[in-house]
Write a protein that binds this ligand. Structure first.
Ligand code: FAD
Length: 596
């Protein structure tokens, strides 16, 4: 470790992203690290480090980074935004020319992410928005189609690239991509700088504080966070000035590497969702929500309604998932609102609590082998699920015969987003509730159809709902008739997504097969002809599955305990209350009948 002589000769190699990480500064021309802070230095607190980092980011560029040196490709993967984008800012601050590049590697995206048509549209819209924002700041976006390894190799050589910057991601396939780019860097002699921008914390740091393993319950997770303190602050928005300090790519490149249209990629044009991709749209939606400070402060997830016609939660997940919005920015905007409110809700049910669920699954996924699979996954119960392609297909294509489940699956297919409790209902029905089909199958369907499909969150929640991990009140099974009726007794949601049922009176809308033939005729829908009969007897199937699950949990007691949290499922607080109220009313009614 040496001394930092002059800032103007230096550039930042690695920011202190968390308490444990070093700040490394490299002297240009010398090519080795001169100065670093060890973890938790006695004289410098994390707060001081953060201030130092903020100070450096806010300094006029030449002072902060010294001589512009690099010819950089900034590789967008997620992180499709210009706000709170540390890797892009670092690229701009250390380079004489920056090529903002998105590699559209269709084989990679189809095989690693199983990206469906709706998400393709959302992605292309997000890229177009990013391109337009970059253009406004004097740069452009180059969307290069091809196999990413070959694209990087070709363009590094063509453009004499000395540095590749990118967001650090935690999915195995993205980690492998970064490792391959680093190997290429060794071979071709360019540097790679990756910075964390997609999560609130550096998950590595959470693991370290938890003794090298992930905290397996939300409660334990919150405890570790309490030791870490608040997440890092988001960095400032990028400005035209940032881009003016280095050259943009040659004009002709922007023409050559434009954002393709859906038709160029043969994506079905009918896949249109009410969610429009892009940072601009995401920010607009975020501002709309944050303007209602009372709603934000009192947000209590279990009180939100799964079958409202417009989302009763923020509906921001597609934007977080693709990195059009920064979770850190959102977290701190929420903190500001909480600071001004007399009272506000708390995790796990508050809005910040939702972001922490996200972080929880990211942390567990980052250190659990085979997180998205049952086999070889140490926290997941090993269950002999049924293999039944026909039943899986009926669930996927909204043909179960239960209007509540089919309306949910229709909204998912048409719009790419459904409420969290609607996800509960559909996932429970497929797995431990009715069909006893593997959560992996459901996860794959969600991965293809959800706009917000996310490696860690999707798998984590599917394990939860199937009671394969995290969730322990497996005796509570959602009823595909009563669940939706609680919050939408008239069935407006079903009428919207299953118009074939729209003329049924409300008392039949959740179970149209109970209507008489005459009533079905009047509704213009004959069950068994125009809409299917229920594919299972819910009572019979769920009783049977409950016994199976009980047996599995007894046999695999140790695994079941690994992720056991004694706290109740926060999402079920309201349902449980409703349920006990329902029971209470029934008991009261029974008593009164007896008395009379
Ligand atoms: P809000 O309630 O407004 O929450 C704000 C943000 O917090 C969300 O955008 C999301 O980023 C995060 N968040 C909220 N709930 C959760 C949760 N339970 N776990 C982790 N993060 C959460 N969410 C995804 O983003 N991608 C997925 O692939 C995904 N798959 C799911 C699969 C199943 C079976 C279930 C039950 C849930 C899944 N979720 C997934 C979690 C959750 O349903 C969605 O994040 C949420 O409904 C998105 O809506 P929102 O943005 O309005 O959420």
């Amino acid at each position: 470790m040496g001394m930092l002589h002059s800032q103007s000769q230096c550039r930042i190699v690695e920011w202190p992203r968390s308490e444990g990480s070093d700040l490394r500064i490299r002297a240009t021309g010398v090519g080795k690290d001169l100065w670093g802070f060890p973890a938790q230095p006695p004289t410098m607190t994390i707060g001081a480090m953060r201030s130092f980092q903020s100070l450096l980011f806010s300094l006029p560029l030449p002072t902060a980074v010294g001589r512009m040196r690099h010819r950089t490709i900034h590789l967008f993967r997620k992180g499709l935004r210009l706000h709170d984008n540390p890797a892009l800012l670092a690229a701009l601050q250390s380079s004489e020319v920056v090529y903002p590049v998105y590699i559209l590697d269709r084989a990679f995206m189809t095989s690693s992410m199983h990206i469906g048509a709706l998400r393709w549209h959302f992605l292309l819209q997000s890229l177009e928005d990013l391109r337009s924002s970059l253009c406004q700041l004097g740069s452009c976006l180059l969307v290069i189609q091809g196999e990413y390894d070959a694209v990087v190799r070709d363009h590094v050589q063509k453009w004499n690239i000395t540095q590749v910057t990118l967001d650090a991601e935690m999915e195995p396939f993205y980690k492998e991509m970064e490792a391959n780019i680093r190997a290429l860097g060794e071979e071709l002699g360019f540097e790679v700088l990756s910075l964390m921008g997609h999560s609130l914390y550096n998950t590595q740091r959470i693991l370290e504080l938890n003794g090298g393993t992930p905290p397996l319950t939300y409660k334990r997770f919150l405890h570790i966070l309490s030791l870490l303190g608040d997440p890092e602050m988001p960095i400032r928005n990028l400005t035209a000035e940032d881009f003016q300090r280095c050259s943009p790519p040659e004009l002709c490149l922007a023409e050559c590497y434009r954002v393709p249209l859906p038709t160029d990629l043969k994506i079905p044009p009918e896949s249109i969702s009410p969610w429009r991709g892009g940072e601009s749209e995401g920010l607009q939606r975020l501002e709309q929500h944050l303007a209602d400070q009372g709603w934000v402060a009192s947000f209590t997830k279990p009180k939100t309604v799964p079958n409202s016609l417009l989302p009763s939660t923020t509906g921001l997940s597609p934007y977080f998932s693709m990195g059009c919005l920064s979770v850190r920015s959102f977290f701190y905007r929420l903190s500001n609102i909480y600071a001004q409110a007399k009272h506000h809700s708390l995790p796990p049910v508050s809005l910040q609590g939702q972001l922490l669920w996200r972080e929880f699954f990211y942390t567990v996924a980052s250190a659990t082998p085979n997180f998205t699979k049952m086999a070889g996954n140490p926290i997941c119960l090993q269950i002999r699920w049924y293999e039944d392609a026909e039943r899986l297909h009926r669930w996927k294509t909204a043909q179960t015969g239960f209007p509540w489940i089919d309306a949910i699956m229709t909204q998912l297919r048409q719009e790419g987003w459904i409420h969290h409790l609607a996800r509960h209902a559909a996932a429970c029905f497929l797995t431990r509730g009715d069909l006893w089909i593997s959560w992996e199958e459901g996860m794959k369907v969600f991965e293809e159809l959800l706009l917000d499909a996310d490696y860690s969150i999707n798998a984590g929640n599917w394990m939860w709902l199937s009671a394969s991990a995290f969730f322990h009140h497996y005796t509570r099974i959602f009823c595909p008739v009563r669940f939706g009726r609680r919050t939408d007794p008239e069935g407006q949601y079903i009428r919207k997504y299953l118009p074939i049922l729209k003329n049924f009176p409300s008392k039949y809308i959740y179970e149209p097969w109970t209507a008489s033939e005459e009533e079905q005729k009047q509704a213009g829908c004959i069950i068994g002809r125009d809409y299917p009969f229920p594919m299972v007897d819910h009572k019979e199937a769920s009783d049977h599955n409950l016994q199976l699950m009980k047996q599995v949990r007894e046999e695999q007691y140790r695994t079941a305990q690994l992720t056991r949290d004694d706290a109740d499922d926060p999402m079920e607080m309201k349902l449980k209350r409703d349920h006990s109220e329902e029971n209470l009313t029934k008991t009261k009614a029974a008593r009164m009948t007896k008395q009379t």
